[in-house]
Design a protein around this ligand. Sequence first.
Ligand code: ZN
Ligand code: ZN
Length: 135
Amino acid sequence: MSEQVVSCPCGQATLTIAGEPVSQFYCHCSDCRRIHGGAYAPEALYPASAVTVSGETISFALKRTPRVSCAKCGARLYADLPSFKMRGVNGTLLLGFRAEFHMHCREALAPVRDDLPHYAQRPAAFGGEDTLVDW
Ligand SMILES: [Zn+2]
Ligand SMILES: [Zn+2]
C-alpha cells in the first residue's frame, strides 16, 4: 500500500497517510470558508485509521467539525469527521490533490466554473442529496 508523509509549512507537524483517498473535493460551506480563510477548502477524505499525525497540534471547532492545526504555524492539517470515521486532510498539503466535485455550493461565496459537478449541499454518498447548482 502506498504511504505518503506530508508536513505543514513550518515542518513541525507531519501526517503519515496510507493508501488512496476515498474522495477528494472542494467544500464551500461557511464553516470551511471561515476556518480556512478562503473562498472554499480542498479536502481529501481518508479513513481515520489511515492518517497518523505527529508533532504538536491544536484542535478547534467553529460549529461541529474539529479542525486540527499545527500548534506552531497554525496551518490546517485535517478535519476530524468521527461520525464517518474519516479525516478530511487539507488538500493544499498533498502533491496529488485532484478534486472530483464541489459541495455545499449553495453557501458559496462566488461561483466557480469548471467541469466538475457542483452539489448544492453534501452529495448523496455523504448523507445529503445530489441536487446541483446552476453555475
Ligand atoms: Zn465544509
Ligand atoms: Zn507548522
